[in-house]
Design a binder for this molecule. Structure first.
Ligand SMILES: Cc1cc2nc3c(=O)[nH]c(=O)nc-3n(C[C@H](O)[C@H](O)[C@H](O)COP(=O)(O)OP(=O)(O)OC[C@H]3O[C@@H](n4cnc5c(N)ncnc54)[C@H](O)[C@@H]3O)c2cc1C
Length: 304
């Protein structure tokens, strides 16, 4: 494949680009900036090359056999962030959500504190509508104004937040195969003051430290919350799954909805452990739990 003047590398290991640190190689790999991206996607499409998007890799399980196509990785080249006028902030796809949180806090604006402990990027956060359910429900959809997208044919469009179908850990961008290039968020609350922002930020971090295995290799919550009733973690814990292991993957002792990996783990270990978790909860409680984590290549967002 002739990638013309685009900088594209071959056979790049992806494990270190994910928080579980498992998975195979990318057949091709690029870190395009905003100007290069539309042309690169167009070229991939012309040559029927499947394209996979990767942010911080904190919500994906990449198959051990790797990804047969082009991986577009956002977190280095797409890192711009700026204030626009009085009431908006714009961030490119690769900006880490904690950086967005701190940037807005430094402007003296409240409302972005919930992002401080979510290690993903703006792109990954928007497509998945990242957020918190407890103690207070707050998600990307509460702050998002609009997104600049690159469509599968390389065209650039802007859609409002209401047009991308954000709901609990979902947007319609997965079905469209659109790439989130940048997003604009509303700055509303300048009245709460920096003390409140500092306190809320510290509170979020402390809560996470107490309840979540933050020093381990994880991808956050593995499964979505069930619609009604107890939290998914409750079912998993009551099913006796804490400490259950498949190879190098183990259900966290600290939080039963989190899977930890060690240096021997494979993506297949994680997948098999997830199957055990689903089956045990179904057989013990008759409850179906659905994964929050995206599988690549199976859940590919953009096939040529
Ligand atoms: C310690 C820890 C804590 C976490 N806490 C939370 C939490 O409180 N709330 C929460 O919601 N999540 C949480 N997560 C999960 C994760 O951080 C979020 O879902 C985050 O939004 C994923 O962003 P990412 O950049 O890592 O996406 P990735 O994992 O890289 O990708 C996720 C999906 O988005 C797609 N994608 C990535 N970038 C783009 C783009 N620019 N355009 C189009 N598609 C794209 C990928 O193809 C993939 O399908 C946590 C994870 C960890 C490890």
């Amino acid at each position: 494949m002739d990638w013309k003047n685009f900088e594209v590398q071959e056979d790049i290991s992806l494990a270190s680009f994910t928080t579980w640190k498992v998975g195979g190689v990318a057949q091709w790999y690029a870190e395009p900036d905003a100007e290069e991206l539309p042309g690169l996607l167009r070229l991939a499409r012309e040559h029927d090359v499947p394209v996979f998007f990767l942010g911080r890799g904190s919500n994906v399980l990449i198959a051990d056999k790797g990804l047969p196509g082009l991986v577009v990785h956002t977190w280095k080249a797409l890192s711009g962030i700026r204030r626009i006028g009085d009431d908006m902030v714009e961030a490119e796809a690769g900006v880490p959500l904690p950086r967005l949180s701190r940037f807005v806090a430094d402007l003296g604006c409240a409302g972005f504190e919930f992002l401080i402990g979510i290690p993903g990027t703006v792109g990954g956060g928007v497509v998945i509508n990242a957020g918190l359910r407890a103690p207070l429900r707050r998600e990307v959809l509460d702050i998002l104004v609009e997104v600049d997208l690159v469509e599968v044919d390389g065209t650039l469009i802007t859609l409002s937040a209401s047009e991308i179908g954000l709901r609990y850990r979902h947007s319609n961008l997965f079905d469209r195969g659109s790439f989130v290039l940048r997003a604009r968020f509303v700055l509303e609350d300048f009245a709460s003051g920096s003390d409140v922002i500092r306190r809320r930020t510290a509170h979020h971090l402390l809560e996470r430290k107490q309840k979540q295995p933050l020093s381990r290799q994880t991808a956050g919550s593995t499964f979505k919350q069930v619609r009604a009733g107890p939290a998914t973690g409750w079912y998993l814990e009551k099913a006796g799954l804490k400490g259950r292991r498949v190879g190098g993957a183990v259900v966290s002792e600290k939080h039963a909805n989190w899977i930890e990996t060690d240096s021997s783990a494979t993506a297949n270990d994680v997948k098999e452990l997830m199957k055990v978790m689903v089956n045990e909860v179904r057989s013990k409680f008759g409850v179906v739990i659905n994964r929050e984590v995206r599988f690549l290549p199976e859940d590919t967002t953009f096939q040529a």
